[in-house]
Design a protein around this ligand. Structure first.
Ligand code: PHE
Length: 342
């Protein structure tokens, strides 16, 4: 077979094969098989040694031209494959910034936070400042200054967690009354929300840790009527204008007179239902006129000033507000429960 035919057949076999080649590695193999040390075209070049000196230049030219044509074919295929790979890679690595993603999970406010927010905004609207006090409290503020001396029988009713003889976990938010009277001059109008502790069992209506919102007003000529007016305004704002308060006589050492306050049942609006046990009323707080003894112990002249105080159970009014039947739901952090209160 003459050289020209030989080259032509190598070239056409190559063209045929290139059509089926899919990647760079296959292409390199083919390149080796034709142009490599043991390649078909290289073999042809070697065979020139057998030609006569006269035949060699023409043969050399043919083979070189053939090699160039073949190289060009291989290079062309190679750049085609490279371009295709780059294209694929770009497409694979594209980030679609418009693609919708699942939304991040956002928390929701706790129902007690919602109710607290409502109560505090109603009270600040009435001119109250919001203050806080320590949960680990001196016996002195939790009891003594509130007219509960060490031997007072009413202390037993409080189921106190003692840290030591003089330090307790506060059993109510009332110690903040004493702290405020000692640190501010009348007129005083404060609301104090916070955690309180009592050595209670945990059930549907009791918990050893719960929350109160304390209110205290001290000024000249403050009366029980002001107390009633303040609570009426607060609860009408929270629950609606048809809601009324009812005072029943009660006893707290730090208020005199003292009262328990009932609210028109929010569930039945006073008609009588299971929540209010048919009475149309529900108990929500304790209150009274600040005992003059307490005023004096806290450095306020009881002849010049008078005041009232109240302590609202936050769990209780939250449960009433949303019709929650079991207190424990408020502490368990179950999302299925919490996500209902937006
Ligand atoms: N501190 C009382 C309690 O925890 C509630 C209360 C507050 C009563 C203020 C009167 C005045 O039960």
């Amino acid at each position: 077979m003459d050289i020209r035919e030989n080259i032509a057949s190598i070239q056409s076999a190559l063209e045929e094969e290139l059509r089926t080649i899919e990647d760079i590695r296959q292409l390199d193999e083919v390149r080796q098989r034709v142009l490599g040390k043991k390649g078909t075209l290289t073999a042809l070049l070697r065979s020139m040694g057998q030609l006569s000196p006269q035949e060699r230049p023409a043969a050399g030219q043919l083979i070189n031209a053939g090699r160039e044509a073949i190289s060009a074919l291989l290079d062309e295929k190679q750049s085609m494959l490279n371009a295709r790979d780059r294209e694929l890679k770009l497409r694979r690595e594209t980030i679609d910034v418009t693609e919708p993603r699942p939304l991040p999970r956002v928390g929701v406010p706790h129902p007690m936070s919602l109710v607290l927010e409502e109560v505090l905004s109603a009270l600040t609207g009435l001119g109250f400042d919001v203050v806080e006090g320590p949960e680990v409290e001196l016996d002195h503020y939790n009891f003594e200054l509130l007219n509960l001396p060490k031997d007072h029988p009413a202390r037993d009713a409080q189921d106190t967690f003692y840290v030591d003889d003089n330090i307790v976990l506060r059993t109510h938010t009332s110690p903040v009354q004493a702290r405020t009277m000692l640190s501010r001059k009348p007129p005083i109008r404060i609301a104090c929300p916070g955690r309180v502790y009592r050595a209670d069992e945990m059930d549907a209506t009791h918990s050893p840790v719960f929350h109160q919102i304390e209110g205290l007003v001290i000024d000249k000529d403050v009366t029980m009527g002001d107390l009633k007016g303040t609570l009426d305004t607060l609860f009408k704002k929270l629950y609606g204008n048809d809601i009324e308060t009812r005072f029943r006589p009660s006893f707290f050492p730090f208020t005199e007179p003292s009262a328990e306050v009932d609210l028109t049942c929010i569930t039945c609006r006073g008609k009588g239902c299971r929540v209010c046990k048919g009475t149309g009323w529900i108990e929500v707080l304790g209150c009274g006129m600040v005992n003059p003894k307490v005023l004096e112990m806290c450095g306020i002249d009881s002849k010049e000033y008078s005041g009232f105080a109240f302590g609202i159970g936050l769990e209780r009014i939250t449960m009433l507000r949303y019709g929650i039947k079991d207190l424990r739901l408020l502490y368990e952090g179950d999302e299925r429960f919490l996500r209902q209160f937006r």
